[in-house]
Write a protein that binds this ligand. Structure first.
Ligand code: SAM
Length: 259
């Protein structure tokens, strides 16, 4: 398969664990003082969470050009949120009737402490059943976060801003690559075949996300790969004759390819 990789991003402090630890330490203190202040929800100004929820909800005709791309059942689907921050996306899913196993992971223990504290402080009893765990998407042991009774992997894996953050790290992996280059391989390992992955980004265009996850994430040894199956529409802008979107959300399915 032809290799095609977008130009790497300039590293920044948002690519460091120290940055996230400091942010969530502050947000935890703030939430302790005033439980109505639950911390940052990334891409809130683009209404990303509501749009993802609407896209995932059983087909209601509101996405005529992007039909419901999956057969997930909100009652049973297992959902893993990578880099969950304060847990907001999973709480929204739970509130919206997603009653299966929901797990949020983040490499910052302060994020996980915040998410657990927010769950306890909300009125809804069902939010207390959303689980959170400190876990590094790139280096964590995969069996340690397997969904119950489903050794084949997660039905739905979410990423809102985490691939962006990882792409701003200057760290290299054991193959000498920038660590974001191995992110798609990890997603592939986490999903069950037929499972879906939503990635929301402000740093990469749709074409670049497609390159990262569809083109340059090689099929694994079970001959599965990620294939784009849908996208979410956001308001677009025009600048200098070029049309663009402020953020992008793409949906990929884990599919079997010919050997
Ligand atoms: C831009 S924030 C997004 C938080 C949350 N998903 C949201 O939408 O509000 C990026 C998150 O990724 C987490 N993160 C970055 N690198 C990670 C890694 N290697 N493993 C797990 N979490 C990571 C950070 O701690 C932070 O919570």
């Amino acid at each position: 398969m032809a290799e095609s990789k977008p130009t790497p991003l300039e590293p920044s402090k948002l690519g460091t664990k120290a940055y996230w630890d400091a942010l969530y330490t502050t947000e935890l203190t703030t939430h302790t003082a005033d439980p109505s202040l639950e911390g940052t929800v990334w891409f809130d100004d683009s209404d990303a969470e509501a749009k993802i929820l609407s896209y995932l909800s059983p087909q209601d005709g509101s996405h005529p050009n992007h039909p419901h791309p999956h057969s997930l059942s909100p009652a049973t689907a297992s959902v893993l949120d990578l880099g969950c921050g304060n847990g907001s996306l999973l709480f929204s899913l739970r509130d919206d009737g997603w009653s299966g196993h929901l797990l949020g992971v983040d490499y910052s223990p302060h994020s996980i402490a915040l998410a657990r504290q927010v769950a306890l402080s909300r009125e809804s009893e069902s939010l207390k059943t959303v689980e959170f765990k400190v876990w590094d998407v790139l280096n964590g042991d995969i069996p340690s976060i397997s969904p119950p009774e489903a050794a084949q992997g997660w039905d739905l894996v979410l990423d809102k801003g985490t691939f962006d953050a990882v792409s701003l790290s200057d760290e290299k992996d054991s193959q000498g690559r920038r660590i974001n280059e191995g992110y798609g391989e990890r997603v592939l390992q986490l999903l069950r075949t037929g499972g879906v992955f939503f990635v929301t980004s402000c740093n990469w265009t749709e074409a670049e996300l497609r390159e990262w996850f569809e083109t340059s994430t090689a099929p694994n040894d079970q001959n599965t790969k990620l294939r784009m199956v849908g996208r979410i529409d956001y308001p677009s802008f025009s600048f200098g004759g070029v049309k663009g979107q402020t953020i992008s959300t793409l949906c990929f399915e884990k599919v079997v390819v010919d050997a």
